[in-house]
Structures are given as structure tokens and as C-alpha cells.
Design a protein around this ligand. Structure first.
Ligand code: ADP
Ligand code: GN1
Ligand code: MG
Length: 371
């Protein structure tokens, strides 16, 4: 396979102020957006492991603004971590600047690259392996939001316009159905009807926002389990990563996106839907952890909206996968034919399960209101 990013990564690596010489690099992780490499260098000093990434500029139209947000947020977190006696090189992302002191490097083809210190002895999960870890990740994401509560939101760039504006996502989905550029719409009529039947629901948060009930906060916006690094030895969360989409948003969407990904018994792209079930036990663990981590900062209305956040993010994500499938798979990286459709189907299975368990979800949330 022609892997253009891989071919130039070695040359690009030398543009960054890494310690020593580049020994090796390989593709790393299972993100759907950026081209990610783990880089190893040799030399006397530490660190010797890095993450080198080509930012997806089809998704992020202004990569310089993305880096500006990340620099601001990580510097802010750094100061907090240091004053709490923590290790900033492990507990937040550390940008490695270019040899010219810039936050990113632009290659000869116009590709934007960045480099971070690799958080050593860490790993991320694509599925919950031990429930305790999911609970801990909830505390970490809740706490992340609490930490950023004091961050000046007006200094953040909107890196993807209308990222979690679900009515806007719905409109874009309808356009994709209408245009049907790949001639795939007829074969996914059931999935299209599934979304259309839930149009009204999509407006819930935008309406609440207009009525002044739902506050805008600084949120991560991509809180899936594999965007948090765990310590290999202790299995405790160390560092929240993938800060590309930090923007003002709704707390319940951060909460909901984690539920969508983690409170499922199957992988996001599992083909056998009998293996994909919404787990109320995991839902409860995450709810407890998120409420604890947010340390009393969430309003009563935000608690009311938690089940909606779970369903909203799951429906929205399924709709986004379906839109991409209809448009010819131009947004999310795919690794097989029909990959986005498989992903869409797991999300809709989870939405159906949530609808069946709606009352129980509300009861669980009530138990953890400002614990
Ligand atoms: P994407 O936007 O494509 O999801 P991410 O920034 O989430 O890209 O990175 C992809 C994967 O690379 C992560 O899921 C994680 O496994 C790994 N990763 C990213 N940054 C680091 C880091 N600083 N240290 C260790 N692993 C990392
Ligand atoms: C993408 O970048 P990654 O793989 O962590 C996407 C999220 C989706 C997710 C679905 C910038 O996340 O919004 O929820 O895939 N990120 C972007 O797995 O679109
Ligand atoms: Mg990621």
C-alpha cells in the first residue's frame, strides 16, 4: 500500500527538537482521524520516545488554530499539575517544538505535523476490559472538566465548526441522503429511516441552550476511552489526550460520548450485533465516576440531561458514520469495505437499547446527583 505519510515521517521527524537521532518509527494507535507514528530516538538524554502526527487537514481546516488551542490548554494544565505536585510530562501532553521553535512543521506537500513526548509505559483501550478502569476514566474526564472550568473559553478557536451541533449534523445527513453520490442510499434504507424517526430528539440541547438552561463549558468533545492513557503497571488513568477538539460545548456531550464508546459490550465496529449491548452496569459506574470527578460543578439540569447526552452522542456518531458511508468514506479512516456502515449499526443498536432502558437510566442518574 502506498503510505505517503509513512514515507515522509522519517524526514519530518528531523525537523523537531527531539533528543538524539531517529532510530525507528511505526504507525501507532487506532484513532480515526490523524496519521500517528511512534518515534524512537537514540542519544544520551531523555526522552527517547515520541508521538509524531500528521494532522488531518481535511478535518481540521486550520491546523495552526488547533495547535494554538492545545498549547494554551496544556500549558494551563501543566501549571495546575506542577502545583499539585504531579509529573507534567506524564499527566498532560507535552508539545515538542520544531528546531525553529514552532508548534508545528509544514512539509513540502502542505501537510501539518506535530510532535509530543510519548507517555511511557502507557496504553489505551478500545473496549472496557476491567470495569474499574471505566469508573476511573469517568473520574478523570469529570475532573478534566472541573480543571478547565477556569480556562478562558473566549481564547479558544472553534477547530471544527458545529462539531456537536446535532441538528446541523442531521441536516448534513439529509443532504448526503439526497445527493447519494455513491448510490448507496437504497441499500441502507433501514438505517436512514432510523435517523429520520429521531429528528425531533436531535434538537433537545440546542433548544435547552436557547432557553438558557444548558451552560456552555470548556469541553473535550471526543471523550472515548482510547483518548485516555492508562499506566501499564497500575492500570490507573494518567493522561487525557487527543485535545484537537477542545472547544466550548456541553458537559453532557462529554459524558455521553464516553458512554457511547465504553458502556457497550462490543467494539465500535463489531459486525455481530448480538455482541453489542448497552450495559447498565457500566453506565452506572461511569455516571458515578463522572459526578465525583466534576466535584459538584454540574447543575441539576445537566444531571437531568445525562441520559439524553448518552443517547445524543450515540445517535449523532451513528449518523456521522452513516453520512460518511453515503459520501464515500472521506472523513473517518476505514480499514475494510463497509467499515463506516458497521460502525453506524453498532451505534444504532446501542441507541435502541438505551431507549428500552430509558427509565432505568434516569433512576441511575438520580442516585448520583451531586454526590
Ligand atoms: P486521533 O485523532 O487520530 O484519534 P490521537 O491523538 O487520539 O489521534 O492519537 C492516536 C493514538 O495514539 C491514541 O489513541 C494513543 O493510543 C496514541 N497516543 C497519542 N498521543 C500519545 C502520547 N503522547 N503518548 C502515548 N500514546 C499516545
Ligand atoms: C473520531 O479522533 P478519534 O478517532 O479519537 C472523531 C470523533 C468520533 C470518533 C468515533 C475529530 O475520534 O468525533 O466520535 O472518531 N473525531 C473527530 O470513534 O471527528
Ligand atoms: Mg483519538
Amino acid at each position: 500500500m502506498n503510505d505517503q505519510a509513512y514515507e515522509i515521517a522519517g524526514k519530518v521527524a528531523r525537523k523537531f527538537a527531539v533528543c538524539g537521532d531517529v532510530v525507528s518509527y511505526e504507525r501507532y494507535g487506532s484513532g480515526h482521524i490523524n496519521d500517528t507514528f511512534k518515534l524512537v530516538t537514540s542519544g544520551n538524554g531523555a526522552p527517547r520516545e515520541y508521538i509524531l502526527q500528521r494532522i488531518n487537514s481535511n478535518v481540521f481546516k486550520n491546523p495552526a488554530e488547533v495547535m494554538d488551542n492545545i498549547f494554551g490548554v496544556t500549558e494551563f494544565l501543566r501549571r495546575k499539575i506542577i502545583s499539585a505536585g504531579g509529573d507534567p510530562d506524564r499527566e498532560t501532553m507535552t508539545i515538542v517544538k520544531t528546531t525553529d521553535g514552532a508548534l508545528f512543521h509544514v512539509d513540502d506537500n502542505g501537510g501539518y505535523w506535530r510532535c509530543y513526548i510519548f507517555v511511557t509505559d502507557s496504553l489505551s483501550f478500545n473496549k472496557v476490559e476491567r470495569p474499574e478502569e471505566f469508573y476511573e476514566s469517568a473520574v478523570a474526564f469529570g475532573n478534566f472538566q472541573a480543571l478547565l472550568a477556569e480556562y478562558p473559553a473566549d481564547t479558544l478557536h472553534e477547530t471544527i465548526k458545529d462539531f456537536h451541533n446535532t441538528p446541523d449534523r442531521f441536516k448534513k445527513f439529509l443532504d448526503a441522503v439526497e445527493q447519494d453520490v455513491c448510490g448507496r442510499a437504497a441499500s441502507v434504507k433501514a438505517e436512514i429511516d432510523f435517523v429520520k424517526a429521531r429528528e425531533e430528539f436531535c434538537y433537545t440541547f440546542e433548544k435547552a441552550r436557547e432557553e438558557g438552561k444548558l451552560p456552555l463549558r470548556v469541553t473535550h468533545n471526543d471523550t472515548k476511552l482510547n483518548n485516555i492513557l492508562f499506566d501499564k503497571k497500575t492500570n490507573k488513568p494518567i493522561c487525557i489526550i487527543d485535545l484537537d477538539t477542545i472547544m466550548p460545548g456541553y458537559s453532557v456531550n462529554d459524558y455521553g460520548d464516553s458512554i457511547r464508546f465504553g458502556a457497550s459490550t462490543g467494539d465500535e465496529d463489531e459486525r455481530d450485533l448480538s455482541k453489542v449491548n448497552f450495559s447498565l452496569e457500566l453506565f452506572e459506574l461511569y455516571t458515578k465516576g463522572f459526578a465525583e470527578g466534576a466535584k459538584g460543578r454540574l447543575t441539576d439540569f445537566e444531571f437531568d440531561m445525562m441520559p439524553y447526552g448518552a443517547k445524543m452522542m450515540t445517535l449523532e456518531c451513528g449518523m456521522r458514520f452513516l453520512t460518511d458511508y453515503l459520501q464515500g468514506d472521506t472523513y473517518f479512516k476505514i480499514h475494510r469495505e463497509g467499515h463506516n456502515l458497521d460502525r453506524c449499526r453498532t451505534q444504532f443498536k446501542l441507541v435502541s437499547d438505551m431507549e428500552k432502558n430509558w427509565d432505568k437510566m434516569r433512576e441511575i442518574v438520580d442516585k448520583y446527583r451531586n454526590v
